[in-house]
Design a protein around this ligand. Structure first.
Ligand SMILES: Nc1ncnc2c1ncn2[C@@H]1O[C@H](COP(=O)(O)OP(=O)(O)O)[C@@H](O)[C@H]1O
Ligand SMILES: [Mg+2]
Length: 496
């Protein structure tokens, strides 16, 4: 009987795997699991069908005792937009193993502690001051994945003034893997210490007893999957008298349904803080070695990427690490000693945004092109690169924070570019269209220039050369752009 039960569950898991992945994606997913290398080696060769691979994967996972919470967390990390189906299969397996449920309960009620904290003292002070006030308007902490939103919230939660005001009534509720408003309510109930089936009324009653700080971390998961109900729940919770509500959310937009205070936009770490963070973790023999700056500079101030690379640098020779970095960048942004998730693998972190339900095909197309343009694209060019959908794509990429605006351009952080350019190449059509767009623009200006020279319009000439400089910059040809600007400037000078 028990065997039948397990094999039913196995069948569900196999169906799930085949519906979530293509064959090569499944192989990559397995490789990133704990013991992933060993598991990968035991999978059938390259020609195996997806069904066969899924069957073998499920069998191997069972044989190695890996059908527990970490597997489903990894699935959720890899395919967060399919959370409902993943949770359904997780529940089947959890029903067969009650110890798992207890683990989850214990985890959720823990208050996270603050590890390293670089470069954001001022921001944390400001946030703590806002949170420790008598009446707190809800605050959203926004920004791209791995930029340090949760860590900033944790720092504020442990600030002396915040501890003095809320004491034990500080609740930090992690919502990764909570795909619906109901799941949020359940976690909220556990956080505030309610047992059994939790109702909204119970939670509100518990919260309004005396001032409480409630941090909802990674709210994007339930919000993206169950938007309306999550916003309704937030409205009910955020308006409880005495509750200070803080959310962290991947992206640049906050949920509707509440009158929010000014959001905290978390941006990249300063060069100094990034360097300090890298050296604190990596402990290099020669912290002044210029290689440190080169390595850290490539990470664009993203704490998650800095942390992952710094762990790799620990005990290594910097020149050795640099050589490996040049060869295989993304492979180093991974903690091989940890279960792969959004905090131990840069790939998983970026994929979480790439597969977000907010993403569209057009946004993915533009993202793949942006990944090849280190200086980004001028927003006005977006529609030429992805005809008919460019401007909508710009908006979506901003909203999920895979790209950011630095007017008048849209840019992408270097480690995001590196992952996407390795994993999600643009189609040949999109690539050719983009190259043709810049080539045609450059040709126009090149043609116009001799005309201005003939009629003796120095300013016309200067404008043409400036435009060529802009084009060069869009294609990230800095030296060429600089030369154009210098040449144009000298013409402007002659005229004045
Ligand atoms: N200011 C910081 N100083 C040191 N480490 C940080 C800092 N901010 C984030 N980190 C580390 O970077 C990783 C990602 O941070 P996290 O706060 O989880 O990002 P997010 O919530 O924006 O996805 C974590 O491992 C965290 O410990
Ligand atoms: Mg977070």
């Amino acid at each position: 009987m028990k065997d039948d039960f397990v094999s039913d569950n196995q069948a569900e898991l196999i169906d799930l795997l085949t519906s979530l992945f293509e064959a090569d994606e499944l192989r990559r997913f397995v490789r990133l699991l704990p013991q992933g290398r060993r598991l990968s080696a035991a999978l059938p060769a390259g020609t195996a069908s997806l069904d066969q691979l899924a069957f073998e994967t499920a069998t191997l996972l069972e044989r190695h005792g890996l059908l527990g919470a970490p597997l489903f967390d990894s699935l959720l990390n890899a395919r967060s937009y399919r959370a409902d189906e993943i949770e359904a299969v997780r529940r089947l397996f959890a029903a067969a193993d009650p110890s798992e449920q207890q683990d989850t309960v214990a985890l959720e009620s823990e208050m996270p502690y603050l590890e390293w904290f670089f470069g954001r003292d001022e921001l944390a002070e400001e946030l703590a001051a806002r949170v420790a006030r008598d009446r707190v308007t809800p605050i959203a902490i926004l920004g791209p994945g791995g930029i340090g939103k949760s860590t900033l919230a944790i720092a504020a939660v442990h600030h002396d003034d915040v501890v003095a005001r809320y004491g034990e009534r500080r609740y930090f509720v992690r919502l990764d893997g909570a795909p619906s408003a109901d799941a949020v309510l359940e976690r909220l109930g556990k956080a505030v210490g309610l047992a059994g089936a939790v109702t909204l009324r119970d939670v509100r009653a518990s919260l309004c007893r005396s001032p409480a700080l409630l941090v909802l971390d990674n709210l994007e998961t339930p919000w993206e999957h169950d938007t309306g109900s999550t916003e309704a729940l937030l409205g009910q919770i955020g308006n409880v008298r005495g509750v200070a509500l803080v959310i962290t959310m991947r992206g640049a937009t906050k949920p509707a349904g509440l009158a929010w205070d000014k959001p905290v936009q978390v941006e990249r770490l300063s060069d100094v803080a990034a360097r300090e963070m890298f050296c604190a973790i990596a402990n290099p023999d020669a912290p002044d070695d210029p290689v440190v700056d080169q390595l850290v500079g490539a990470l664009d101030g993203i704490p998650l990427a800095i942390k992952l690379l710094a762990h790799r640098a620990e005990g290594d020779i910097l020149a050795n690490l640099q050589a490996e970095w040049t060869r295989s960048r993304m492979a180093l942004l991974l903690r091989p000693d940890m279960e792969p998730d959004r905090l131990s693998s840069w790939e998983i972190s970026v994929e979480l945004s790439w597969t977000s339900p907010r993403m569209t095909d057009a946004a993915r197309r533009l993202a793949s092109l942006l990944a090849l343009l280190p200086d980004g694209v001028a927003v006005e060019d977006a529609d030429a690169l992805v005809p008919g959908h460019g401007h909508a794509a710009v908006r979506v990429l901003g909203q999920v924070a895979l790209a950011y605006a630095e007017a008048p351009r849209l840019r992408m952080l270097a480690p995001v570019r590196q992952h996407l350019s390795a994993m999600h190449r643009p189609s040949q059509d999109d690539l050719l269209r983009t190259m043709e767009h810049y080539r045609a623009l450059a040709a126009d200006y090149e043609r116009a220039r001799p005309l201005f020279e003939q009629v003796g319009s120095v300013l016309g000439q200067a404008d043409c050369i400036m435009s060529l400089g802009d084009l060069a910059l869009r294609r990230s040809e800095h030296e060429q752009a600089k030369a154009c600007y210098e040449q144009a400037l000298s013409l402007f000078d002659t005229e004045s």
